[in-house]
Write a protein that binds this ligand. Sequence first.
Ligand SMILES: NC(=[NH2+])NCCC[C@H](N)C(=O)O
Ligand SMILES: [Mn+2]
Ligand SMILES: [Mn+2]
Length: 300
Amino acid sequence: MKKDMSIIGVPMDLGQNRRGVDMGPSAMRYAGAIERLQRLQYNVSDLGDIPINRPDGKDDKRDGNLRNLQQVAEGNQALAEMVDQEIGKNRFPLIFGGDHSIAIGSLSGIAKHYKNLGVIWYDAHGDLNCGETSPSGNIHGMPLAVSLGIGHEKLTNMLHYQPKVKPENIVIVGARSLDPGERELIREKGIKVYTMHEIDRIGMTKVMQETIDYLQERTDGVHLSLDLDGLDPSEAPGVGTPVLGGLTYRESHLAMEMLAEADILTSAEFVEVNPILDDKNKTATVAVGLMGSLFGEKLK
Ligand SMILES: NC(=[NH2+])NCCC[C@H](N)C(=O)O
Ligand SMILES: [Mn+2]
Ligand SMILES: [Mn+2]
């Protein structure tokens, strides 16, 4: 993995309706993220946080069932530009959320640099909704669809190109809560999904080995988008949309270690850490531990 790394915080909480997830970047820094990566010999530069404008209070699903569309689009635009610039300097972007809507900006900035970007979506959810299919109007349930070019054009056309990602270059891991419209899209586009059912059946080792082999043969870069709600809420309670029956701490570390060993990642983000809903910063601490494994910590 690239040894020059840029950390970008995105204190975004407007893609959903539980306050507190905007403090995710601080919580992960407080849990020692920067020091941990520096100890692993990364040359880390912490670029601080992207400014997020507050909504005008009227909100607001004015724009086709998309809550806070304007501010979510603006924040993501700034993030996209920053990510694009850091990759241009040949640095590995590591992004701290914020709710999962920030993947719209990350992927816009990243995918410009790859013909065939692969994406690992580690999540309880598919985040494949659009205004028409979303049960909530929350944009954090939409970023993966947006990256495929599905959704409001203020989001899909960020940095003036689309789609960002091809459906066959996506692997979803940990899914256990998919809305009807999302299931349909998965079927229609043939997106590869490992639900908890498959993970229980074949085990995390095989799931990650298949994921790595699959992406290695078809992509020229891989982004990891890790939503902490992919883990079980007993181990990662500080998330806004917890779903029972999730991935364990151990399975998650195994997944990170296998990714480190395969050395296929070119960017990553950790999202949905909400310290207000957490238990003594446990979820941010878990996130930072996972970063340790992902970036090469070993016991021997
Ligand atoms: N990034 C997340 N936590 N997404 C949760 C999305 C939940 C639900 N599918 C929705 O569209 O509202
Ligand atoms: Mn989720
Ligand atoms: Mn998500």
